[in-house]
Design a protein around this ligand. Structure first.
Ligand SMILES: Nc1ncnc2c1ncn2[C@@H]1O[C@H](COP(=O)(O)OP(=O)(O)OP(=O)(O)O)[C@@H](O)[C@H]1O
Ligand SMILES: [Mg+2]
Length: 239
């Protein structure tokens, strides 16, 4: 039987009285890539924040390889092996590339394969190695995105969450980021990719979940979804 890397069940998340996620649930199988799609404001980032423990769900469960993690501190959840590439990159602009990576380091977990460290991140992103002593604020958008991905990998994730890694990047950089994501998946990492770039997501994902106003509107295999299908027009098309 396939191993469940991450399972969300019946998640209700609020900001104060504002109810944003309504009984949200989906499952990421180990070694697969799940594309999480939805319009602006659908609740994608809220979902990532709930998984990471930045927001506590009022109801529902989050399980990491079968172990319940909802309600734990973000630091504990990260140590258990869920790492996030945050929307908008959020690198420390006044720290160097190397410092940004070093402060994100967490020990490798059992069964996690070859551990991530500075050398391995520099192997994946030679451009970051060249710029290791440069402050992150002076990097290009694409380089900052690579650094944000590198920071998440330094946490030695068992499940990697990526929140809109293609946002605001030039087309050829999006292609480059896409290649990196494909490489991480090929190495066996379990990934949730949050995107508004439908084409990129359909190219990379095994499974697709579409959320609309905090509810799952579609869940299925990526090869069941075509870019011109009614489900895409209904839930992701512009108004
Ligand atoms: N800190 C907050 N306080 C109150 N409401 C919030 C907060 N953050 C987000 N929301 C609301 O929650 C809903 C979901 O927002 P969220 O950021 O999760 O959407 P998203 O799918 O990530 O959108 P985008 O594609 O624009 O990043 C929106 O209605 C938003 O206005
Ligand atoms: Mg978002």
């Amino acid at each position: 039987m396939a191993t469940e890397a991450l399972r969300l069940e019946g998640i209700d998340t609020y900001y104060g009285d504002s109810h944003v996620l309504h009984g949200l649930g989906f499952t990421l199988q180990a070694g697969r890539l799940l594309g999480l799609l939805g319009r602006n404001g659908a609740g994608k980032t809220t979902c990532m924040s709930t998984i990471m423990g930045f927001l506590k769900p009022r109801n529902g469960q989050v399980a990491l390889f079968g172990e319940p993690v909802a309600g734990l501190m973000p630091e504990t959840i990260a140590r258990k092996g869920i790492c996030l590439v945050p929307q908008g990159r959020r690198v420390f602009r006044s720290l160097t590339v190397e410092e940004n990576l070093m402060v994100a380091g967490l020990p490798a977990k059992n069964g996690g394969g070859r551990p991530w460290n500075l050398d391995r991140v520099f192997e994946l992103f030679p451009r970051l190695k060249e710029r290791h002593a440069q402050v992150a604020g002076s990097l290009s958008g694409g380089e900052q995105q690579m650094l944000a991905i590198g920071r998440a990998l330094m946490g030695n994730p068992r499940v990697l969450l990526m929140d809109e890694p293609s946002e605001g990047l030039a087309p050829q950089i999006v292609t480059e980021v896409g290649r990196t994501i494909a490489q991480l998946k090929a190495e066996g990492l379990s990934i949730v990719l949050v995107e508004q770039n439908i084409k990129l997501t359909l190219n990379l994902a095994d499974d697709i979940v579409i959320i609309n106003t905090g509810r799952v509107a579609f869940s299925g295999r990526a090869d069941e979804v075509q870019i011109d299908s009614p489900i895409v027009a209904q839930h992701l098309g512009v108004f």
